[in-house]
Design a protein around this ligand. Structure first.
Ligand code: DC
Length: 233
């Protein structure tokens, strides 16, 4: 096979609001790969559970009910005319709804349920059978695609990440205060790192990227360089 035809899997993992999605989307576009936002899949399951009364006000999720509902939850991605990708839950466009703070507040307990993880991990693996994919999340390089040719672990201080998230939410017209977002980011970091089933963990062979002081252009250049290095191996 010609080197230029070689298709690889690129796993981008990291903390909440570290800019993983922006990075993954931009890289996928630059190299003509598919992009999958796995956080959106956990968020869509969470939205379904909230709508069906499976999560209490105390953020305690009814794991049994959610597990039983998994066959009824169909998550797909739709490419919009403006080139963005929207998350669809049973055919409904939920892209804006799943980014709301109430979903962010409930997503960690839902994503800690082993049956939810097994279900979504197998769907994510199915997306990658033909390779040529950039996937972002928390456990892509460790659990979903431990054999990914390029793994990146993104991080930036919590305060920087919270500022970015507030800006992003404001741009989408979703109300959010800095204190509320910072508390949510810190609590999700903790829950994501300490859950029993595939916790957020840096893969040993991942490349670290702290993007606090990088412009988007600098970030893109680093990623494309890493991609070119990997396909020429
Ligand atoms: O990337 P995000 O902030 O949209 O992800 C939302 C939540 O989903 C995050 O708090 C943890 C969970 N998640 C996960 O457990 N595993 C993944 N691969 C992606 C996200």
């Amino acid at each position: 096979m010609d080197k230029n035809d070689k298709k690889i899997i690129i796993a981008i993992d990291g903390y909440s609001s570290s800019g993983k999605s922006t990075m993954a989307k931009s890289l996928a576009k630059a190299i003509g790969y598919k992009y999958v936002d796995t956080g959106a899949m956990y968020r869509a399951v969470t939205l379904y559970a909230m709508r069906h009364g499976m999560i209490g006000k105390d953020h305690v999720a009814n794991a049994q009910a959610i597990e039983a509902a998994l066959p009824d939850i169909n998550i797909t991605f739709m490419l919009m005319p403006d080139g963005t990708q929207h998350t669809m839950l049973n055919g409904e466009d939920v892209e804006t709804l799943i980014r709301r703070m109430d979903v962010s507040d409930n997503v960690s307990p839902v994503s800690a349920i082993p049956a939810v993880r097994r279900n979504l991990v197998s769907k994510q693996q199915a997306f990658g059978t033909e390779r040529g994919i950039v996937m972002d999340g928390r456990d892509i390089g460790t659990t979903v695609f431990p054999d990914a040719e390029l793994k990146i672990f993104v991080n930036a201080p919590a305060a920087t990440r919270a500022m970015r998230r507030v800006k992003e939410l404001q741009e989408k017209g979703i109300p959010a205060s800095y204190d509320e977002v910072l508390a949510n980011v810190e609590s999700r970091d903790h829950q994501d790192e300490t859950r029993a089933e595939s916790p957020l963990r840096r893969a040993e062979d991942a490349v670290d990227l702290d993007n606090s002081d990088l412009t988007l252009e600098e970030q893109d250049a680093i990623l494309v360089r890493l991609y070119k290095e990997r396909i020429s191996r």
